[in-house]
Ligand binder design. Structure first.
Ligand SMILES: [Zn+2]
Ligand SMILES: [Zn+2]
Length: 343
């Protein structure tokens, strides 16, 4: 089968690999019907994910049909339509029991990083009962495509940010993760939402699809927040951009005693200038998604409360996935997310 393989830093290549087989009683084999490219895939390509193993098939956002399951798989059966979770987790260790599945002692971000992922025709999913979310008949592959990764991230970011209806919430970055975060923040009905984005096309995208949101450029972000909040600034800041200066912007835009949630994955170390922050008494929440709310997210999609299908701006066959990567990395032609279909 065709698989997009991480050869070495800077090189991904379509290679021919054997179809995966069940290796463990809790595994499932999924026939991929739609996958997508994530910014994290670019981080692997750039060599900035030290845990990524050369030779693996990349890709960790996909939906498909269950082909076969191991004997200990209870929830999922062949023929089910499923969304695949970016995180592999056992559900039984110290961290899993507390909902911190990103830190599972025998899992974490494995698919498309440490084991073969889903930019291929088939994928093996370990701990299939935890790693797969059933897609109801009324939900399309396109609607479900982001459930296990960027939508899980947006949902988690909104949840840990403790948003109330009085809050002015700033989201930095209107890329795919920022937009999924925006979808999930709307569930909390905050007083005002401000989205800061440097790319003009992406600002236009937000204005078109989310007309009730304030859209600003980085240079004017602090000033606009001052105007909107009587100089207090944002009650909640979610940094989803991961740019050169966006971490600094995040804490500067936060009001004293705010929560600043960092979901961005940076390619370089960031400076925490504590002397300048002294007295602001900020709470920082950082890191990678605990993707254990996928059933709830799927339910919200079914109820029409979350819809991310408009984020799919382009489609490519798997055989042309390298062209899709070039477009995705360029951020040109209004690209937000690309759906990749098997040929
Ligand atoms: Zn991802
Ligand atoms: Zn675990």
């Amino acid at each position: 089968m065709q698989s997009l393989t991480y050869i070495q830093k800077g090189i991904f290549k379509l290679t021919e690999k054997p179809k995966p087989v069940i290796l463990h009683p809790k595994d499932a084999i999924i026939k991929v019907t739609l996958s997508s490219i994530c910014t994290s895939d670019l981080h692997i390509k750039h060599g900035s994910v030290p845990k990524a193993v050369p030779g693996i098939t990349v890709g960790h956002e996909m939906v498909g049909i269950v082909e076969s399951v191991g004997e200990d798989v209870k929830k999922i059966k062949p023929g089910d339509r499923v969304a695949v979770n970016v995180e592999t987790f056992c559900g039984e260790c110290f961290f899993c029991k507390r909902g911190f599945v990103n830190n599972c002692e025998s899992g974490g971000w494995m698919l498309g990083c440490r084991i073969d992922g889903g930019q291929a025709e088939y994928v093996r999913v370990p701990y299939a009962d935890n790693g797969l979310t059933l897609i109801p008949d009324c939900v399309s592959d396109e609607q479900a495509l982001f459930v296990g990764d960027i939508l899980a991230t947006g949902y988690w970011a909104a949840k840990i940010s403790e948003i109330s209806e009085e809050d002015t919430v700033l989201i930095i970055g209107a890329g795919p993760t920022g937009l999924c975060t925006l979808e999930c923040i709307q569930l909390y009905n905050p007083y005002k939402i401000v989205v800061c984005e440097e790319n003009e096309k992406r600002r236009e995208f937000v204005m078109e699809h989310y007309p009730e949101v304030f859209v600003v450029e980085p240079w004017e972000c602090e000033e606009v927040l001052d105007e909107l909040t009587e100089d207090r600034r944002a009650d909640r800041v979610i940094e989803a951009a991961g740019g050169k200066d966006t971490f600094q912007l995040a804490w500067k835009c936060a009001r004293p005693n705010a929560i600043v949630t960092i979901v961005a994955l940076y390619e370089k170390d960031q400076v925490l200038p504590l002397p300048w922050m002294y007295g602001k008494n900020l709470t920082f929440k950082t890191g990678g998604v605990d993707a254990c709310d996928c059933d709830e997210i799927m339910k919200l999609i079914t109820e029409g409360k979350i819809d991310t299908t408009h984020l799919i701006t382009h489609r490519y066959p798997l055989s042309h996935i390298l062209e899709a990567y070039d477009l995705f990395a360029s951020r040109e032609n209004g690209v937000i997310k690309i759906a990749v279909e098997p040929d």
